[in-house]
Design a binder for this molecule. Sequence first.
Ligand code: 2HG
Ligand code: ZN
Length: 462
Amino acid sequence: MTPIDTMQRQLEEIFTPARVKTAPEDLAAWGGDWTRAFRVAPSAIVFPQSIDDVVQLTQLANARGLHLVPSGGRTGLSGGAVASDGEIVVSFDRMNRVLDFNAADRIVRCEAGVVTQTLQEYAAARDLFYPVDFASSGSSQIGGNISTNAGGIKVIRYGLTRDWVAGLTVVTGAGDVLECNNGLVKNATGYDLRHLFIGAEGTLGFILQADLRLLPAPAPARVMVLAIDRFADVLNVLQSFQRGLTLSAFEFFSELALTKVLDHRDVARPFAKPANFYALVEFDADDEEAALGAFETIVREGWVGDGVVSRSDAQAQSLWALREDITESIAPHTPYKNDIAVRVSDVPAFLDDIDRLVGTHYPDFEVCWFGHIGDGNLHLNILKPEDLSADAFYERCHRISPALFEAIRNRRGSISAEHGVGLLKRDFLHYSRSPREIALMRQLKAVFDPKGVMNPGKLLTP
Ligand code: 2HG
Ligand code: ZN
């Protein structure tokens, strides 16, 4: 028997043959994520159904020196769930049950493979609300969201995934099961290991189950889209709204991003006359008067040229589509993605820095800006010209990344706001974290995963 046959037999003993896949099309389907920039070459895909399955697999990996890649909905954009070197992909597709709900605590206990939208709908059916939301909610899974501390479109009001995790059951890279925090609100008993696993990108262990807090259902919302010509005015617009009301979203996109959505989707342009930028604002319907007051101010000041407000949920959804469909609409252009953050107050000056940089280095490339400007998170997507090969394009973009990351470091920003580090940003981590911090991260990894079985090569260089 070859070592591969032995490995497959051992995996089948844990999972049964039905839950071990090795066919080329399965390896291709489960071995990658939405990044699409990396070689995909796992050796097997396994589908645990219990905590014990994962413990046994982790013990096998430690004994045999196997490498494991946790995999959720595979919607990641930094290669965090890509298996490029013979790893075993551990898919949570079969651990997708909502296990428990406690109305008094307003806590729902989920397995890692529950899809975000399923959780949102579960909450809504009980007149409650899970507030973390993004375009990939229909396929992303809770375990992946926690592993990347996913953000999205409502962070300005509701924070990140981390803020909603009240407890975690994890299996460490050494095969230990840890119950972290048990859904408690208060728990002052030393290091909160839960928070180490949130955003660890599967490098310390597996997230198996999570206790997630829910909120009472929110008030009905209204959406406003605004036409803005000078980017420098965006912060004035944000502040005008924030003075009178609480926003649940403040997003922006450029005219180029809008044209890509209009080319790709059956949606209408919000205004006859194009503007350079658009802001999308969401607020409670009860605050509509205050929002219209802010709108009058920003038009009077000349910061906004035009605006439209939703009159129904369907209209709100089609306005949201202008922003949420950007990623999918630009996907055919093989975009080179950057997901960066600076303090909100630094955003306009930072955008100028980057526009200058990009103008010098990529005069022939289309640059598509959009993002969650209300929390300082910008998505910069460079679109591949049709006549350039993907490799040549990727190489040119990668070459300029250091200058871009230098500009981010100068503003004490982050090279990855919400998509994680994965394979894509790993070699650039030092632009956002000090050598001492990176050394401490390595030590932490060695504590939880002493044999280095968990997601090797992600986040930290091997
Ligand atoms: C979004 O905000 C996602 O729509 C994806 O974070 C961003 O495609 C991107 O660059
Ligand atoms: Zn985003």
